[in-house]
Design a protein around this ligand. Structure first.
Ligand SMILES: NC(=O)c1ccc[n+]([C@@H]2O[C@H](COP(=O)([O-])OP(=O)(O)OC[C@H]3O[C@@H](n4cnc5c(N)ncnc54)[C@H](O)[C@@H]3O)[C@@H](O)[C@H]2O)c1
Length: 356
């Protein structure tokens, strides 16, 4: 594909995340174009198309996939639809950026990983935190300077004040009675809903910084309508980890990580994504006795994610986002957390089956 051309993206789903992130991300990306939007809810489609002016608006996904000018799709529909919609796109020869979690069961994620193949078409999972310059700086420091890791702690704690904050930051979100949703109410099982929605980020960040996770032992405590998953994890290289998923904390959004290594250490504070502010990260290097603190000036993780996706497709650049293996590993981690919370036993990620 010649480089002068922009990647033509069709976005499936005109719901909350597309309106808050993907449409703008595609429009602002230097190497991509919001070429098409697809949603079965015609009234919603009409309203968002009037705002974002894609070249095409489709009410039918198959019709969008049949459009030869669509190079790639962003799949921004309910979790249960991710894998079937991604498989269809691959069959149609389109590259795929699928929202997190990659799917809802280990087996369907394996199917998508297998269909993704080695490199083409590209399949990337929408864990946009990998495009947070602070987190990326931490990862480079860990890989290039820190030496062996002994321990990692990471926390992701949604706040009771979250919507007060995000309502002030996000655009007005258009909604429709005709929007297609999976059967049943996903929020009827809040534990499952929270693990799929939030542990997908926590596990991906922990793996991005700390490497492969082999086992998880989780304790879940429920009190006063809050849920706390404390997980002890073992990394493949023999280091230990602690993951804290607490929803909702009675305080500000609380997310971050701390890593101890042979020649240095890392501490990071991550903001609620809708502030579009990169993590504050400090890396201490034992070699020169100095702290290193990047300025992550560009906090549009979603736009950076689309640009990274387009670079991988247009320029053969290495993928900076999560690939299908990473999406599958996060799914295994979520299932392991859920199983371990039920039994109290440590669970090997390689042995889990089914869903959360
Ligand atoms: N990366 C993040 O930080 C982040 C944040 C929020 C949500 N998400 C993820 O984004 C995904 C979407 O969430 P949402 O809140 O925007 O969902 P939503 O339900 O608000 O919107 C989905 C839209 O897709 C449409 N749709 C569904 N199936 C369709 C089909 N086959 N053809 C055409 N249109 C179809 C629906 O009509 C609906 O308008 C979820 O998987 C969620 O986990 C990710």
């Amino acid at each position: 594909m010649e480089r002068s051309r922009k990647l033509r993206i069709g976005v499936l789903g005109a719901g909350q995340i597309s309106q808050a992130a993907h449409f703008e991300a595609c429009r602002k990306a230097k190497n991509a174009e919001l070429y098409a939007i697809c949603d079965v809810a015609h009234d919603l489609l009409e309203r968002v198309a009037a705002i974002h002016a894609p070249r095409k608006a489709y009410g039918d996904y198959d019709a969008m996939l049949a459009d030869p000018d669509v190079d790639a799709v962003i799949i921004a529909v309910a979790d249960q639809f991710h894998v079937p919609m991604a498989l269809k796109a691959l069959e149609a020869g389109k590259h795929v950026l699928v929202e997190k979690p990659m799917g809802v069961t280990v087996e369907e994620c394996e199917r998508l990983r297998d269909a993704a193949g080695a490199s083409r078409p590209v399949v990337q999972v929408g864990t946009e935190k990998r495009f947070d310059e602070g987190i990326a700086f931490a990862r480079d420091f860990i890989r290039d300077e820190m030496g062996e890791m002994i321990a990692l702690k990471a926390w992701y704690c949604d706040s009771t004040r979250r919507y007060t904050m995000t309502d002030a930051l996000q655009p007005v979100i258009e909604a429709s009675e005709r929007a297609r949703r999976p059967e049943g109410d996903p929020k009827s099982d809040l534990k499952r809903y929270y693990v799929l929605g939030h542990a997908s980020h926590l596990l991906d960040t922990a793996r991005f910084l700390g490497g492969e996770i082999e086992t998880i032992r989780t304790r879940l405590v429920e009190k006063f309508g809050a849920y706390c998953w404390f997980s002890e994890v073992e990394f493949a290289e023999g280091s230990v980890g602690h993951l804290d998923l607490t929803i909702k904390v009675r305080m500000d959004w609380h997310e971050g990580f701390q890593i101890y290594g042979e020649h240095g250490s890392v501490i990071g504070k991550t903001y609620n994504p809708w502030f579009f502010k990169c993590s504050d990260v400090e890396c201490f290097s034992e070699r020169n006795g100095q702290y290193h603190r990047p300025l992550g000036a560009d906090g549009h993780f979603f736009r950076r994610q689309v640009e990274g996706f387009a670079e991988t497709i247009l320029d053969d650049a290495p993928m900076r986002g999560a690939n299908a293996e990473d999406g599958l590993a996060a799914m295994r981690g979520m299932v392991a957390m859920a199983r371990s919370a039920e039994t109290g036993e440590a669970v090997k990620l390689s042995e889990v089956e089914g869903g959360v």
